[in-house]
Design a protein around this ligand. Structure first.
Ligand code: ADP
Ligand code: MG
Length: 434
């Protein structure tokens, strides 16, 4: 295969919001993709992977820097790059065949050729026999395959995939990964290069020729790993496991000085650090495990041992770090004395230790201050949500509040009333006489 440069991302930065509500999603990104390459962008949630992909496909523009496609600056939707989203939206009132034909029509394929071409693509993704089915008759995995067929109908030179397997169950995801790799490696795809966003190390390492690890706050490229393992890859091979270890080290990074780690409150200058949406149960499980195996512990072993997937594990690690229960080095994690105290404490004492730490997180502190200042120490959920919107997209704002409520309830710092969607200051921390 020749290797012409298809994509060149040059010093790209993207800022959202304005004034003192500015938020830098990614900064100073440089990246090149050549024909024949399968590149994976890997990083924790919120590091700007989707933002970068949206700039590459021309859905949004960089604040500074330039995205070049075949040497030309991308100024609007990039016709050579097509995106497959996490959940591919199919038209429910159209059959599988018509869903794919529609993409052919948009590309200007003559009517007579659409049906046979659509059927070829449906065949290609292993969905023959389902041409006349409607999306509702299909499983999630099957719908995603039709999504792929539709993306391929566009014949994109650069196929951009944004966590295409993350909404599927484990088995369908694995089957679909295998099928995509087979199609890609056998050269039957019209596509010349693939760029896939993932937060799953194992998935990226199974598929990509190069893994670009991103870090956050602001989003940046932290490391690049060329992966020269032959396909199909064997997850049990020592070389595979060695890569996992190295990549984990690059992702988990190192424990930052505390001030930077916990960020600032919403509405205050500086970065509002996103609370990782992980549960207290997952945290407790991990700390108990680490407490039984003191001293630096290989992070890559933890997901299997704890039965968590990579994304959940990364969140739980982040949670433990933010609260000061563990420290992360390159590729390993070590429980702190405070983490040990938590792991060994009774249920009640655990709550106290947790509350003491959670209160110090600006996001939690901000929520409590708002409640303290409110009549009756109550405020509708929507007030918090609205206050977060200038800084976060709506789904992130919702998730942030879910996490604050979840942690706050556990720590008895606050409570949430489902019936009227209202937050309330916890009994124990409410000033007396109310
Ligand atoms: P990832 O895909 O790596 O999870 P995203 O690219 O979706 O990350 O988001 C990166 C950061 O940019 C997040 O902190 C997110 O809150 C923020 N962000 C993304 N889109 C917007 C937007 N439209 N407005 C404001 N902030 C945004
Ligand atoms: Mg994303």
């Amino acid at each position: 295969m020749t290797n012409e440069v298809l994509l060149r991302v040059e010093n790209v930065t993207r800022i959202f919001g304005r004034g003192d509500r500015k938020f830098t999603a990614v900064e100073g990104i440089n990246l090149e993709i050549r024909t024949g390459e399968f590149v994976a962008l890997l990083g924790p949630s919120g590091c700007g992977k989707s933002t970068l992909l949206r700039m590459i496909t021309g859905l949004i523009a960089p604040t500074s820097g330039v995205v070049y496609y075949r040497g030309r600056p991308v100024r609007s939707v990039n016709p050579y790059a097509t995106m497959v989203f996490q959940t591919f939206a199919l038209f429910p009132w159209l059959t599988v065949r018509d869903n794919v034909s529609l993409a052919l029509e948009a590309r200007g394929v003559p009517t007579a050729e659409r049906q046979p071409q659509a059927e070829k693509l449906i065949d290609l993704v292993g969905m023959d026999g389902f041409e006349s089915a409607y999306p509702r008759e299909l499983s999630g995995g099957m719908r995603q395959k039709v999504g792929f067929a539709r993306a391929l109908a566009v014949e994109p030179e650069l196929l951009c995939l944004d966590e295409p397997f993350s909404a599927l169950d484990v088995l369908s995801a694995e089957a679909l990964r295998g099928e995509l790799m087979e199609l890609w490696n056998s050269g039957v795809l019209p596509t010349r290069a693939i760029l896939m966003v993932s937060h799953n190390i194992d998935e990226a390492l199974f598929m990509a020729d190069r893994i670009v690890v991103m870090g956050k706050e602001p989003g940046h490229i932290a490391a690049v790993f060329p992966i020269d393992l032959p396909h199909p890859r064997n997850r049990k091979a020592p070389a595979f496991e060695a890569f996992i270890d190295r990549i984990y080290g690059a992702i988990a990074g190192r424990t930052e000085p505390e001030a930077k780690e916990i960020g600032t409150a919403p509405g205050v200058a500086g970065i509002t650090r996103i609370l990782p949406p992980s549960s207290v149960e997952a945290l407790a499980g991990m700390l108990e495990h680490l407490n039984a195996n003191r001293s630096p512990y290989d992070i890559y072993k933890l997901d299997t041992e704890l039965g968590l997937d990579m994304a959940d594990l990364v969140r739980t690690i982040e949670m433990s770090e933010m609260l000061g229960f563990a420290k992360v080095g390159s590729g390993d994690i070590e429980i702190t004395p405070l983490g040990q105290a938590f792991a060994e404490a009774s249920i009640l004492a655990r709550k106290e230790i947790f509350a003491g730490r959670a209160k110090r997180l600006p996001m939690v502190d901000w929520t409590m201050q708002m409640l303290r200042a409110a009549p009756d120490y109550r405020l509708p959920w929507r007030v918090f949500y609205t206050a977060l919107l200038p800084e976060f997209p709506d789904d992130v704002a919702t998730r942030q509040l879910d996490t604050v409520i979840d942690w706050g309830r556990y720590a008895e710092l606050l409570d949430y009333d489902d019936r009227n969607e209202t937050l309330r200051l916890g009994e124990a921390v409410t000033p007396p006489g109310v």
